[in-house]
Design a protein around this ligand. Structure first.
Ligand code: C2E
Ligand code: CA
Ligand code: CA
Ligand code: CA
Length: 278
């Protein structure tokens, strides 16, 4: 038994070492990725009930020279730990604004361009200046930009967050609360925040047609958004049943594989021209 315990420990320890060295390697490689040319953006349409495009969401992709494509779910947390999210986030915002302008200039009706923000970006003292500079340099009218924030970002310092949200609204930039329902926000504080849109987290949409509790959450959030004068979008809509159910209960915005997957810019242009009469 003692022998086995030792082996177990050694295996465990080797696994840990490997996990750690993978993280260290990724961290170093990420430095290169940001400076070099390994990051890409894909765009996923958000649509109305009639299928017309409301907006696009920019989702970052990492094409690693050896490891291939790495999911943002794997490298965004590392970038947040190391602070690399700041330059990475700047790159994403700039690139998304540039591509939005390309789409607008082609005459495609794409609504606005949504960019995901990490807490560290939002809470940096020069955040608004960085954003203004990117808008100025790219020439994208601020009305075309939407920022997706999580409940965590907004709850950390509600007063400070409210000021920044007001400034964004003053600039004309739109805001959405992402992954709504996962962060235990109080409805009272939500009422105080100048936010344009609520995105219902995919985890509630997944079983909306079979699980009464998830259905109750979705219906509750749809009602709440309406009462507060905010738009509402269901994330991760994969089936016609989910879409029909949510639409029947008053949901007006949809995002998910049932409508469109995230696509590279050239693919997206073809999709828009075929599906939305761009
Ligand atoms: P998110 O902001 O909740 O983005 C939605 C995720 O759901 C995306 O995953 C998208 O590809 C996926 N998705 C869309 N429709 C469906 C569907 O019908 N079914 C399923 N199962 N999934 C669907 P992705 O691209 O892997 O991104 C994962 C997360 O990484 C994002 O979640 C976001 O939190 C983060 N992320 C991505 N890009 C950025 C970025 O530029 N900056 C920051 N800070 N975070 C980012
Ligand atoms: Ca998002
Ligand atoms: Ca989300
Ligand atoms: Ca999510």
């Amino acid at each position: 038994a003692k022998q086995q315990g030792r082996d177990t420990y050694e295996i465990y320890s080797a696994d840990l070492d490997e996990a750690l060295s993978t993280r260290v390697t990724l961290r170093n490689d990420l430095q290169e990725a940001i400076k070099g040319d390994q990051l890409r953006l894909h765009y996923q349409p958000l649509v109305n009930a009639d299928g017309s495009i409301v907006s696009l969401e920019a989702l970052v992709r990492w094409q690693h020279p050896q490891k291939g494509s790495i999911s943002p779910a794997d490298f965004i947390p590392i970038a947040e730990e190391t602070g690399q999210i700041v330059p990475l986030g700047k790159w994403v915002t700039r690139k998304a604004c540039e591509d939005a302008l390309i789409l607008i200039e082609r005459g495609l009706r794409m609504g606005c361009m949504a960019v995901n923000l990490s807490p560290m970006q939002f809470h940096r003292p020069n955040f608004l200046n960085v954003l203004r500079q990117i808008l100025e340099e790219t020439g994208l009218p601020p009305e075309y930009l939407e920022l997706e924030l999580t409940e965590g970002i907004l709850m950390k310092d509600t007063g400070g967050a409210k000021n920044i949200l007001n400034d964004l609204r003053g600039m004309g930039v739109k805001t959405a609360i992402d992954d709504f329902g996962t962060g235990f926000s109080s409805f009272g504080y939500l009422r105080e925040l100048p936010v344009d849109k609520i995105k219902i987290d995919r985890s509630f949409v997944e079983d909306v047609t079979s699980c009464e509790k998830d259905a109750a959450v979705c219906k509750g959030v749809i009602t709440l958004a309406r009462e507060l004068g905010m738009r509402v979008v269901a994330e991760g809509v994969e089936t016609e049943e989910q879409y029909r159910y949510l639409a029947k209960h008053g949901c007006t915005g949809f995002q998910g594989y049932y409508f469109a997957k995230p696509m590279a810019l050239d693919e997206l242009i073809v999709w828009v021209e075929e599906n939305a009469g761009g």
